[in-house]
Ligand binder design. Sequence first.
Ligand SMILES: Cc1cc2nc3c(=O)[nH]c(=O)nc-3n(C[C@H](O)[C@H](O)[C@H](O)COP(=O)(O)OP(=O)(O)OC[C@H]3O[C@@H](n4cnc5c(N)ncnc54)[C@H](O)[C@@H]3O)c2cc1C
Length: 304
Amino acid sequence: MTDWSSVVRGLACDILENAPMSDHTTFKIGGPVDALLLPHDSDTLATVIARLQEEAIPHRLIGCGSNLLIADEGLRGAVIRPDSRNAVIRRLDATALQVDAGYSLAKLSRCAQQYGLSGLEFACGIPGSVGGAVYMNAGAYGGEMVQVIRSAEILMPSGERIALSNDELALSYRRSALMETGGIVLSVTLDLTEGDPSAIHETMADLLAARREKQPLEFPSAGSFFKRPTGYFAGKLIDDCGLRGYRVGDAQVSEKHAGFVINRGSATCEQVKQLEQDVRRRVFEQFGVEMSPEVRLWGTDWYA
Ligand SMILES: Cc1cc2nc3c(=O)[nH]c(=O)nc-3n(C[C@H](O)[C@H](O)[C@H](O)COP(=O)(O)OP(=O)(O)OC[C@H]3O[C@@H](n4cnc5c(N)ncnc54)[C@H](O)[C@@H]3O)c2cc1C
């Protein structure tokens, strides 16, 4: 049995033992993790990770849990979540911002608007953290993180802190080099452009209205479940297979947007996985298109 209080002794880090991951993911799915650790700042985060490594305790990092599907049996070891309350934005010059990884992406988008800075309008409805958005190269409505990132401060698994440029982050469609290296984003520097705050506000209002109209925001989900296969739209392929509304238990292909899998109340990870397999098989049989999940699946038998 791990003595979690000794792992974080003397550190500004809260602990929630046996924490249900369903409380920490937007899908509202996932069994308990042995310990959820909430370091208050980047230095503490680095020390916590070093201690977990010394003790050979398995660990993973989450942001807002908005792109995760977690196993019903939960996770062994620790999940670390940077504390968003202490995350800040620093204005470096007229158009550059440096932001801590735990900061909310949607809130950052609103701050940029208030500063009269354009470039993050696309992000106003994405419910993740800045760190998760870099890791996933989050994007919507023609915008993507790759378009605004200058560099990021990264904590490597070795404990070394390095700065990676936009090129070195190798950002592409829902991918980054961090998926291979295991690097953790501590902060990111963004290059934006000067713009008219009311025009930026109007664009954001339009994008939020489009989301409300098209997406099933009234149900827990992890956003678009599948990546866009080259040359196709996942939602249209699923719809064309007659799978809009298809259900396994409380997991359902949204009737409003077939690219979303929603939790109608008490969906389990197993139900979502079954639904995912059924949808992939049907789309492959009908169109010969191989789909893969955008959502990261965490459990004992998979890791992403
Ligand atoms: C209603 C809804 C709408 C959505 N719309 C969009 C959309 O339009 N576009 C889009 O791209 N996504 C969308 N998403 C998915 C999700 O919000 C994004 O992928 C987001 O960037 C994930 O950020 P997060 O902080 O929640 O990451 P999490 O879900 O917590 O984690 C996702 C991955 O990022 C890693 N990670 C998190 N923080 C860090 C860090 N600091 N350093 C290194 N790795 C880290 C985790 O280890 C994990 O592998 C949507 C989700 C929902 C629920």
